[in-house]
Design a protein around this ligand. Sequence first.
Ligand code: ADP
Ligand code: MG
Length: 354
Amino acid sequence: SPTSDRRPIRDLPDELISQIAAGEVVERPASAVRELVDNALDAGATQITVRLLAGGVRLIAVEDDGVGIPPEELPVALRRHATSKITNLHDLEAVSTMGFRGEALAAIASVSETALLSRTQDQANGFLLDARSGELRPAARSRGTTVEVKELFFSTPARRKFLKTDATELAHCVEAVRRHALARPDVGFAIWHEGKLVEQWRATLDRADIDNADKHQEALGRRLADVLGADFIEESVAVQFKLGNATVSGRAGLPDAARSRADQQFCYVNGRFVRDKVLTHAARSAYEDVLHGQKQPVYALFVEIDPLRVDVNVHPTKIEVRFRDSREVHQAVRHAVENALAVPRAQALAAAAA
Ligand code: ADP
Ligand code: MG
């Protein structure tokens, strides 16, 4: 009930600030998995292994072979708003890494028992930092980083209560890795649950060939087949289109491949998986004449655009973006998919006429 007593204004304790922020960033185990895989990719990893217990609630361990973190920076990595990825506003506006807010590790550590184990090229051995106790000690490790997250939400039972069954949380974790895997055929991924290998996608593109458009497209096709199944490739056509500042590539499913659920619609902007109304509307409108009723098309579309023309700092989880010229992006995606679908349509018409 309202009271006339006035309470003094006070700064919140640091830990509580992080726990509040964690509410935005870490909704469930899959959100932590996504952030940790983002970090591994930003560190230049070529192989990322995710190990889970109890759908990720009891343990999430993400292991990479990236550049690592030197021991003196391990405590810094856990601090709120501490990042190696940007240093000024200019960097922010042109950001090309997955992360940049310096929030994820602090948020995750504030609602779990987190440990960092890492070794850089220059170190003779690795170092292990226990986030809770602050204890830092030498530990064996090859180059790279392992982030171990135990007992997620143990300190925030309200949040823990919202978690679903282990099987459901596991499915979300796998989906989070799948989204990364689709965009990065140059990186190998493995997911283990309760000691069993759940998914494994091997790298199909050599790092040296990463800028070779043909090899990249080929590797992407193989990765899409590995992750989404051979059917996805057989029932889709290649997309390759440039309009103004936007380049669109990937694959668009044929109308016959449409499903009742929109569970195979993957959109990426500069390699980042996004949920964006402009992109989904554009893709959907490309199917206007060929897809009727509630059927949902399948596609994996990769939009590349000058980082200065897209704002990724819209949402704490960065799943939403804002385009400077959303009309141009809409047209690019719509035409890209329409053009891709036009070839098989013309072939089908010709076959029907013959
Ligand atoms: P952000 O990714 O936005 O910078 P994070 O809290 O996710 O913020 O990570 C903080 C910092 O810790 C990163 O900027 C990076 O320097 C370091 N870091 C985190 N994970 C890794 C990793 N797997 N390999 C190397 N460095 C990492
Ligand atoms: Mg990060």
